[in-house]
Design a protein around this ligand. Sequence first.
Ligand code: NDP
Length: 350
Amino acid sequence: NKYVTTKNHIDGAPNASDFCICEESLSLNLQTADHEGISNDVVVVQNLYVSIDPYQINRMKTHSCSHNIVPAASAVLPGQGIGGSGVGRVVDSGNPDFKAGDVVSGNLNWGEYTVVKGGRLLQKLDTSLGFPLSYYAGGVLGTSGLTAYAGFFKVCKPKKGEKVFVSAACGSVGILVGQYAKLFGCYVVGCAGSKEKVDLLKNKIGFDDAFNYKEETDLSSTLERYFPTGIDIYFDNVGGEMLEAAIQNMNNFGRVTICGQISEYTNTQKRAKLDMIRVLYKRIRIKGFICPDFMDIYQEFISTTTQYLQTSKIKVIEDISYGVDSIPEAFLHLFHGNNIGKKVVRIAQD
Ligand code: NDP
């Protein structure tokens, strides 16, 4: 079993030298499981797709740099495997709920195989709908989809016709937020880090407008240009200066939904300086959320999104790399904006 691990904690920007590819004998592990008397709850999964997500960097930091926020249990320790969303096929199972050949999603390793101790951590996938399996690996029918759906509908609490701004709009979550917002009847502007992404958002995805934030010198004036009557909802994926600028342009009773702060994940010094007097007088609501808070609306999310996909109302953009060896680079690329849409690594053929 080939898998990725970190060599050390990573407190700033990640580099290729922070990661290594290891190999282990899987049968040895299963024997160990046997000795521990837990083999009847062990499911061995061949990983097909693994999701590559920015938040993983926060799990890789030393405790002090994660601001004691990341629970110790989910910390990525140097030398250990790295779990994340994924889709795989069961190859062996001691759990009566799973059999060889079942296609499952769950917390899978950045590697070729995952030995899952506890079948409750896996979910059997209904493949009869015919969607690509990659959609379930943290993508449109996985965590990014639920994050975008719950974040927009349940946290932003939109009203039709409202003006919505989305950052990292050409990323996995942002591109879906923009589409849910358009389908709901909002006016949507996104920002992204290249001309190619901006063109895609405007011409293929259906955003009302988009701009390349890297070409702008004064982000507050830029937002004033795109939102002359102000922003009602800011869906924040990046934090930092973009968040500061958005606050300057929010309307009365505007909602700022904090989904991600990627500009700050790798820069331990940088923190947004928010104009809190403006927040006060404009009665702006700033609210953070994490996707697991919304598992109770999972079925609503899946049925709505499935319908949108079947009627081609939502377009899916995926950025796929191949093989375990490509995982570290795929991860590093997220922090340089090299991905377009959902970043996923295909480990084995469906
Ligand atoms: P993306 O697919 O959007 O990839 C990250 C993108 O962020 C890059 O492509 C890049 O696009 C942009 N970016 C990278 N560095 C910076 C920077 N310094 N300043 C501005 N933009 C930057 O990732 P996701 O869609 O998966 O995640 C988006 C955000 O949502 C992340 O912050 C993530 O942690 C968060 N998230 C939160 C969840 C929750 O439960 N709250 C769940 C899932 C994700 P560009 O070219 O535009 O710069």
